[in-house]
Design a binder for this molecule. Structure first.
Ligand code: DMJ
Length: 701
């Protein structure tokens, strides 16, 4: 080898037809240098100019630098305003452990022995008070020795299986702010500046799929025509507003909405993942009957016996996990495993537990990684797992929001391996460097176990349910797992310090994002889970100012609906920090869609349960009316829409997400129910897909 003799040259590769045999680095560089010297001054200037241009483009595509250039000036003022020392948290932690928990710290060593299950839930006096196993106290028998199936995972190089396409990141969506060097939005407004382009992406919990990745063909011309007819063109043509607002009427209105959604699913998508209500067809994601399973416990709670019986029959006869299909670990866990476990708890029917066990064991290969941070995808038929094709990273929220379900599975089956693998993830994340005052980056590498894409913090897509599950695991486990509480309290302090701000015009409190120390007043609708979680924490003895923040954020989430022409929130809003401007909320054209998401009604449910303030019910009622007015499809089903600002043409997207039945309608029903014992928040904790699992009974002292 010839070490280069000098380093102060520009290395250019100029094609030289006579230099094929050249493979010596030093000679090649010297030759380049000679060529360079031989170029005319004009030629050299031209090349240097081009290189400079390339460099500038390269720098501009790096978000942190871009933001500095754009010169966001308001960040520092705000940081000063909200600055709090972490040390203020620690006494809280201490006092909490002394008072609220009232116990010496004790890590969860294994599953609790007996689930103390109450009788099956009967809703509002109309529900299935008798059903398979209703009223039974289910006692699980120990299943023999607890042998973890995960010994030391083999250290092997990551393999990319070509099962999923690379991401097509949405320019103005959530992920693109950090991935692939896309520019981050740092200025407000911009509404009307961008073209209102047809979006090809559908966002779910931060991951993106192309609309045309679905298995069915794109809509034909006829289908498009049908689409135009299917949705009412303006509110005058819509279903008349409910005039009565009594509790019973509201409950019945939610049941009606569910029945209507279910009718579409049953008629056109039975046993498939999602209904496409406009084209009267279906979409397949994992081929597991997602909507059907997500809906089971909602039907039970609403007392829809007939519908439940039909669905149960499908689970019994048709549902199989023994199929060669790649599923997303997180989505399958929260929707399918969570749905089966909660239905088991509500009904006591062993069928659902057996299915849950089968699925849980098939998801376990995801954890066989060098770092023990699970892969995003598992083939439940083959028992293989892999990351997405484009990266060996997993999304942080995805690997830290499967714990409630796996832990519960261990408790029910007396098989500790499920709990062990997910607890290990939490332990690793707990001590990982790269957090900022408890806030976590959005990605984690499955090989190294380290955070990647550091410096970007959000409570929205890709990070949200990490925070939710810190608190909920702590509650599930009987408030004994100190590290979870510590991480949660620290994170909420981090949120207050770095992400919470108020709008200029009306002083609306919101949660923005932080990218390399630059504040971005952007908030995903997904963040609207936070007020409910904060309220749940305060209800469980956490600081009172968490509840104050919850009240303010709930108002903001309500405004995200109220200020839109359809009364429905967009996917993402940008808040106005300037007091001179009269608008609080701006929406970019690419963010105007509504996917029938649940987060705001979820928080309304928690807020009503803890305050009994009727305004939360009224806000929920308004939202239900808006769903009926702008997303209800005649003939059956509801659809996500493209434009919440255009009541004349909201732009149906032809997709009913399973969480509309699993979460949105369930939370609305619970919001309007006067029965506080219907899934009492002192007995159950809801997973991030609204499937309730029991809070574990305290171990015997
Ligand atoms: C649901 O799948 C879950 O609520 C998840 O936590 C977030 N995304 C959707 C609903 O918006």
């Amino acid at each position: 080898m010839y070490p280069p003799s000098r380093k102060d040259f520009i290395s250019l590769t100029l094609s030289d037809p006579h230099s094929h045999s050249y493979n010596n680095g030093k000679h090649r560089r010297q030759s380049c240098w000679r060529k360079w010297k031989q170029l005319s001054r004009l030629q050299r200037s031209l090349i240097l100019f081009l290189l400079a241009l390339l460099l500038i483009f390269g720098l501009l595509s790096y978000p942190g630098i871009t933001e500095q250039w754009r010169g966001l000036s308001d960040r520092e003022d705000w940081l000063d305003l909200n600055d709090r020392e972490l040390k203020t948290i620690l006494p809280v932690v201490k006092s909490l452990f002394g008072q609220a928990a009232g116990k010496a710290p004790a890590p969860v060593a294994g599953p609790h022995v007996q689930p103390a299950l109450g009788p099956a839930v009967g809703p509002e006096g109309v529900g299935p008070d008798t059903g398979p196993g209703a009223g039974l106290d289910v006692v699980m028998e120990p299943r023999g020795p607890n042998i973890p199936i995960l010994a030391k995972p083999p250290i092997k190089k990551k393999s990319f299986l070509n099962k999923r396409d690379p991401p097509n990141l949405q320019k103005d969506g959530n992920i693109s702010d950090t991935v692939g060097g896309e520019k981050q939005e740092v200025v407000q407004d911009g509404e009307g500046e961008e073209e209102d382009k047809e979006k090809k992406m559908i966002s779910w919990r931060g991951a993106m799929i192309e609309a045309d990745q679905a298995t069915e063909p794109p809509p034909s011309a006829n289908e498009k025509e049908a689409e135009a007819e299917a949705l009412p063109a303006n509110p005058a043509n819509t279903v008349p507003q409910e005039v009565s607002t009594g509790t019973a009427d509201r409950l019945e209105a939610v049941r009606d909405a569910f029945r209507h959604a279910w009718k579409g699913y049953k008629d056109y998508a039975w046993g498939h993942d999602e209904l496409k209500p406009i084209s009267k067809s279906f979409g397949e994601w994992f081929g597991l009957g997602l909507t059907l399973i997500d809906s089971l416990d909602t039907m039970w709670i609403m007392g829809l016996k007939e519908e439940f019986a039909e669905a149960k029959n499908w689970v019994e006869k048709e549902l199989t996990f023994n199929k060669n299909v790649d599923v997303n670990l997180f989505e399958t866990t929260i929707r399918v495993l969570g749905g089966l476990l909660s239905t088991y708890h509500l009904t006591g029917d062993q069928l659902f537990l057996e299915k849950a066990k089968d699925l849980g064991s098939r998801l376990m290969p995801a954890f066989k990684t060098p770092s023990k941070i699970p892969f995003s995808d598992v083939n439940i038929g083959k028992g293989t797992a892999h990351p997405p094709r484009w990266t060996s990273d997993s999304t942080l929220a995805e690997v830290t929001s499967i714990q409630l379900e796996f832990r519960e599975l261990s408790r029910l089956t007396q098989e500790p391996q499920y709990q062990e693998v997910v607890n290990e993830v939490m332990k690793l994340v707990h001590k990982l460097p790269g957090k900022q005052d408890g806030l976590v980056p959005m990605f984690i590498n499955t090989n190294s176990g380290q955070f990647t894409h550091k410096g970007v913090f959000t409570l929205g897509a890709r990070a949200d349910s990490y925070y939710e599950y810190l608190l909920k695991q702590w509650i599930q486990g009987g408030k004994t797992e100190d590290e979870l509480l510590e991480d949660y309290l620290q994170a909420i302090e981090g949120v207050k310090k770095h992400l919470v701000r108020q709008t200029g015009p009306s002083r609306l409190t919101f949660v923005g994002e932080l990218s390399h120390n630059r504040f971005n007043p952007k908030m995903d609708h997904l963040v609207c889970f936070l007020p409910g979680t904060l309220a749940l924490g305060a209800h469980n003895g956490l600081p009172g100012d968490h509840m104050d923040l919850a009240v303010e954020l709930t108002e903001t989430c309500h405004q995200m609906y109220k200020q839109m022409e359809t009364g429905l929130s967009p996917e993402i809003v940008h808040f106005n920090l300037q007091s001179s401007d009269s608008r609080d909320v701006n929406v970019k054209p690419a963010d105007r869609h509504n996917l029938l998401r649940p987060e705001t009604v979820e928080s309304l449910f928690y807020m009503y349960r803890f305050t009994k303030d009727n305004k939360y019910r009224d806000w929920g009622w308004d939202i239900l009316q808006s769903f009926n007015n702008y997303t209800k499809v005649p003939g059956g089903g509801y659809t996500s829409i493209n434009n919440v600002r255009d009541p004349v043409n909201p732009g149906p997207r032809d997709k009913m997400e399973s969480f509309f039945l699993g979460e949105t309608l369930k939370y609305l029903y619970l919001l309007f129910s006067d029965d506080m014992e219907l899934l009492s928040l002192d007995k159950y904790v809801f997973n991030t897909e609204a499937h309730p699992v029991p809070i574990w009974p305290s171990p015997p002292k």
